[in-house]
Structure formats: C-alpha cells, structure tokens
Design a protein around this ligand. Structure first.
Ligand code: SF4
Length: 132
C-alpha cells in the first residue's frame, strides 16, 4: 500500500500511543474500592486502560497476553499490602509504577461506599503522582 511505512519486527511507530495498563486491586474495603474507581476514571480520561487484575492471578492466557502487549504497567493498590503489584510480579511482570491509595491520606476502613469529594481529591492526587 502506497505511503505505508514498514517497521522492523518489534519496532513501534513513534506516533503510536503507548499502551498503559492500569491494574487495580479492587479490594473489599474503602481504599480497595477507591483503587478500582481511580482505574475506571483514569481509563475514561484516556490516561490508560483498565485491565483485569484478577485474570493475572488466575493465569488467564488472554489477559496475560494483553499484559505482555502493554508498554507500561501501573498497579493501583488500596493499601500497603499491595496485592495488585504482588499479583503482577508473581506472574513475572515488572511493575513500572505502584500507586497506593493510603499514601494519599485516605484511611483504610471496612466500608465500601465512597464520597464524591473524596474520589475527586484522590484522583487529582494520583494524576499528579503519575506525572511526577
Ligand atoms: S492492597 Fe489492600 S485494599 Fe487492595 S486487595 Fe490488598 S489488602 Fe485489600
């Protein structure tokens, strides 16, 4: 095809957007749910693509393959136990950035509901951390 630029195997065009995989722990507490919410909102804003973290733990071939195709892997965990990060590492992946929600001033509690102001505040802090 005229105008098509052929690239060597494994070489990506410089104008091609990087695939940023977002892996949230989605834990059963407020900070775990916040981790999930952050991944959802960053995906909606086009800052990355939320992926199925539990599929990594389950060794699901399609999800492992998708993860192998990412350019950057970001783990978003609720607390210092960093389950999403550990799940990725156990599967042999290198986590490029690790986000831990409790490090942004949110206290871990058993409740699952999130306040909108709290969500907006944490998302702003995470976005700031990702660019710095
Ligand atoms: S990182 Fe913390 S909040 Fe997330 S699943 Fe693990 S224990 Fe739960």
């Amino acid at each position: 095809m005229a105008g098509e630029i052929k690239m060597a195997d494994g070489v990506k065009c410089a104008c091609e957007a990087a695939i940023v995989g977002l892996y949230a722990c989605a834990g059963a507490c407020n900070v775990g749910q916040m981790a999930n919410k952050v991944a959802v909102e960053l995906t909606k804003k086009g800052k990355g693509k939320m992926m199925c973290t539990v599929g990594i733990g389950g060794g699901v071939p399609g999800i492992i393959k998708s993860t192998e195709g990412t350019d950057e892997i970001i783990a978003i965990d609720g607390c210092a136990l960093v389950c999403a990060k550990k799940t990725l590492e156990r599967a042999g992946f290198t986590v490029d950035k690790s986000i831990v929600i409790t490090e942004f001033g949110m206290k871990k509690e058993g409740k699952l509901d999130l306040e909108e102001t709290e969500v907006n505040d944490i998302i702003a802090k995470v976005e700031n951390a990702l660019v710095n």
